[in-house]
Design a protein around this ligand. Sequence first.
Ligand SMILES: [Zn+2]
Length: 318
Amino acid sequence: MKNDLPDKIRAELAEKRSAAEERAYNALISARRDAEFCRLDDEFRGLAFDLEKVKIKGADTSALEAAKEAAEVARLKRLAAIGGKIADFEPEYACKRCNDTGTEEMTGAACVCTESRYLELVATHCALGHSAPYRFKDFKSSVCGDETHKKQLLLLKKYFEGYVQKFPDVKFPNIVLIGETGVGKSFLISAAANALVEKGVFVKYVTAFEFSNTALTYHTSPLNARGSVLEDILNFDVLIIDDLGSEPMLKNVTCEYLYLVLSERAAKNLAVIIATNLSVEDIGARYGERVYSRLTDVSRTKRKEITGKDLRVTRGEI
Ligand SMILES: [Zn+2]
């Protein structure tokens, strides 16, 4: 899906370009159905052609130029009389910078229209919507329980902002964010998710419950129906699992698939961000040694802890 986007954008542009060109061509064909306009149009085009030939020869063009100008006036007058405009004969491209070619003619660089369309499509594919409602700018230090908590949240906000800014060139692609319910974990990870998507990163954001359900669907589907069930979870640039530990434990599913996903993503050097209210020891006890070792792999993972009172209880925000 990620790799298909440039082709998709090129195809969309080609479609826009040919639609604009077809509209212009049809406008000309339609005007030329008027016999008088058709005669004047032919006359004008014939004179324009002759003029070019004379110019190449270097001969005097003044008589032809005057004739061409008169023919143009007559042609436009007739066109106006039949309700047409000369501008309709020129394709009206959606992007004036690149004429829907995707490339700026002067510089040969990719046009901004392709970049903004790319970001739009990434956002559509990631579909964060209500699952990740926060942005970094929504942070209000006034909602923090106390000074220690406020300092922690500010430091973590800075850490996550730095992660987003550097991504994908981050030293530790994985983050395990540990803290009690309601201390601001969801704020941090959803703000990071939105900021990553805004810079064109594919982010799959799931609650642990959704992860578990998706794994169950995959596990219980016949082989030929599994198709793309796990595709985003395995292949998006960043996988975010919110509230790990809150999902029901499904025998042979939760631990197995969590390990499978963590291993496959590590092999592809793809990032995983996990928020949980479990301690690392609890993670080991709940998901087993293999998942524990993946989530505590210090070569890829940064562990961040957050303490503090439940913000939702204290102030009803974040
Ligand atoms: Zn453009």
